[in-house]
Design a protein around this ligand. Structure first.
Ligand SMILES: OC[C@H]1NNC[C@@H](O)[C@@H]1O
Ligand SMILES: [Ca+2]
Length: 448
């Protein structure tokens, strides 16, 4: 019995997503300043095989061809990010007009092709000059981000209808400042929790700046959210799962939508921090009203108490069938998260701004890249998104990660997420089987 077909509402936003540092290259061109990812990727041992974003997909030069591929795909929207160090090379101070010109041409190119721009202001490439003055550990960076947001909005606000302030503050703060696997490669829990607050503050200040700038577009933020399940009903496992849920999800959802850190945050992060970095008015600013909320979904966790640290720790039980990035595939987790956000946090329209599967894609003898696993992944996640929609979740868009293979942070070019294959030596783009399949989904506005 074939799966029932699923239809999405008219006007549902089928998109594709990328980020500046992962695709642009041209890291020293036309006045671009250095970012923390330039520094980090050039740090020996930081990235697999020493890969860097110096060239990446050379999108900075190939953007017209890439926009044509988006048009061929038939997407209604394209989610990209603006590189702060292109626009304000030192993070604060002089604006680099050539940097703004690139995004101006990109936006016009999208509009000419009937594609709606969704712009992420910060997708991890903090100007290195700001890192030199403390980066996200320094509260001033939040102010500089708001100023940068105003500059970008000043140039593009008349043509960009969707604005995301931050991509995944959890990753910037925790992966970058506690785990140290991402730029700036810090391993300090107190700095990491401080960075959480300053990133959220930057979001709040940027929302205020966009509103003050007369933003007519929709303003939002994207968080990577996980579904967290205790590995058993053992109270220690249940408590560990609740702590991981705090750490990965509620530390962002509660400030953004309830203007308060979760009630268990102070105890959990004590004695590392007493949240002394929070000032009067901060949380009201952070909880500034938004127009939509972006959800990135990749992981469902099964969590057990960590015998080494049963009070504060947790152990993620490995998945039975790990993917190349050692996670499980749980489409139902997407529906669970969308339901939770809609039921417990906000009535705002939601967008799946990222979900995707890393593979070691290759072309077969016939030259086709048969990424059937990725097609199955998206089929499942689109069905899960539809399930949430039919339960009343106001889902308005779905953006697979990613439009094309690109620099996957600490994994470099070692894994591929694209629906277009990038042959890096030649920079040739080739549609994978998933690209043709996705074009059909867009045409049908759903699944057969
Ligand atoms: O790991 C896959 C993706 N996750 N979200 C942020 C993106 O920049 C990553 O490439
Ligand atoms: Ca395959």
């Amino acid at each position: 019995m074939p799966e029932p077909s699923v239809r999405f509402p008219d006007g549902f936003l089928w998109g594709a997503a990328t980020a500046a540092y992962q695709i642009e290259g041209a890291v020293a061109e036309d006045g671009r300043g250095s970012s923390i990812w330039d520094t980090f990727s050039h740090t020996p041992g930081a990235v697999l095989r020493g890969d860097t974003g110096d060239i990446a997909c050379d999108h900075y030069h190939r953007w017209r061809e890439d926009l044509d591929l988006l048009r061929d795909l038939g997407v209604g929207a394209y989610r990209f990010s603006v590189a702060w160090p292109r626009v304000i090379p030192a993070g604060t101070g002089p604006v680099n007009p050539a940097g703004l010109d690139f995004y101006d041409r990109l936006v016009d190119g999208l509009l000419e092709r009937g594609i709606t721009p969704m712009l992420t202001l910060y997708h991890w490439d903090l100007p290195q000059a700001l890192q030199d003055t403390g980066g996200w550990a320094n509260r001033d960076t939040a102010e500089h981000f708001a100023d940068y947001a105003s500059v970008v909005h000043g140039r593009l606000g008349d043509r960009v209808p969707y604005w995301l302030t931050l991509n995944e503050p959890y990753c910037s703060a925790v992966v970058g400042h506690l785990e140290g696997r991402h730029a700036p490669g810090v391993r300090d829990e107190r700095v990491a929790v401080t960075a959480v607050h300053h990133l959220l503050l930057a979001h709040g200040k940027a929302v205020a700046a966009l509103r003050a700038g007369g933003a007519t577009g929709q303003v939002g933020i994207t968080c990577n959210l996980t579904s967290v399940h205790p590995a058993s009903d053992d109270p220690a496992d249940v408590a560990a799962a609740r702590r991981l849920d705090l750490h990965e999800n509620r530390m962002y959802l509660d400030p953004l939508f309830r203007a308060a850190y979760p009630e268990d945050a102070a105890a959990h992060y004590a004695p590392v921090t007493d949240f002394g970095f929070v000032r009067d008015g901060d949380l009201q600013l952070i909880a500034a009203p938004l127009d939509f909320f972006g959800v990135n979904y990749y992981e469902r966790h099964h969590v057990a108490a960590d015998p080494a640290d049963p009070v504060r720790g947790w152990r993620r039980v490995p998945p039975e069938h790990p993917t190349v990035t050692d996670i499980g595939i749980h489409p139902e987790g997407l529906a669970e998260i969308l339901d939770r956000v809609a039921k417990e946090y906000t009535p705002l329209p939601l967008v799946v701004t990222e979900t995707g599967l890393a593979l070691h894609d290759y072309a077969g003898p016939d030259g086709e890249i048969a990424d059937d696993e990725r097609i199955a992944f998206f089929d499942g996640h689109i069905r899960a998104a539809h399930d949430a929609l039919t339960r009343g979740v106001p889902l308005i868009g779905f953006f697979p990660w990613s439009f094309m293979d690109n620099f996957e942070w600490a994994s470099g070019y070692g894994v591929r997420y694209g629906i277009y294959y990038v042959d890096y030596p030649t920079q040739r783009r080739t549609p994978k089987r998933s690209a043709r399949w996705y074009a059909g989904v867009i045409r049908a506005n759903g699944l057969e």
